[in-house]
Design a binder for this molecule. Sequence first.
Ligand code: ADE
Length: 255
Amino acid sequence: MNFHVLTLFPEMICQAMQSSITGRAIENGSITVEAVNIRDFAFNKHMKVDDYPYGGGAGMLMQAEPVYLAWESVRKRMEAPCRTVFLTPQGKTFTQEMARDLAQSRDLIFLCGHYEGIDERVLEEIVTDPVSIGDYVLTGGELPALVMMDAISRMVPGVLGNEESGENESFSAGLLEYPQYTRPQVWHGKEVPEVLMSGHHGNVDAWRREQSIIRTLRTRPDLLPQSDLSNKEWNFVRQLKKQWKEEAAKKNENV
Ligand code: ADE
């Protein structure tokens, strides 16, 4: 997987990607990261890449031409056309499913905006995937690009030590991950759940599945309709809801 990032802050991309697991993935050749400085493609002596918006309004816009030339410098080295992701709050919200899909590509270009945005005409010509990482506004596209590259890298074979673990976590079955524990067995008076010490794999799996369902119902019930719950598990969900409702009612009585 080769990531190509068009940005005004290449050092931000390189520093972050060279750390931790993505750093190891770069070292072992599973991924490559190239940060292209859009300012290198400015066409005036001040290396300016922004200008005032036609029609007025606050802030400055990145001009079309330097962005296009930066993109072209990457694209012309490629044999096949490749997807260009533009990081923007106006994009489709990034999900695990999108990460899995994008991880199938050999090359990906990320375009990071700054100031108040980018001239629409260049976006029309080069962007295939406008993506938002959530409903909030950041100062630039670099952090969103890093978030996406991190999530996509995990899906690339050879990046995680254990091939399985890319999928065996939160969201993969549409449920949140179960709680985990390591030594010591008692910490601050809290014991590790007994079933995890039983050595009975079937019971451990069943407990973990149940915990995943409880967690998802508690904090992200919106995920449940798309999850892979069995009829028996849906009954468990209904039973939990009833129980929590009764508990809440009892609490209210006591107030
Ligand atoms: N640029 C600014 N805010 C953003 C967001 N939430 N997602 C993607 N790109 C952005």
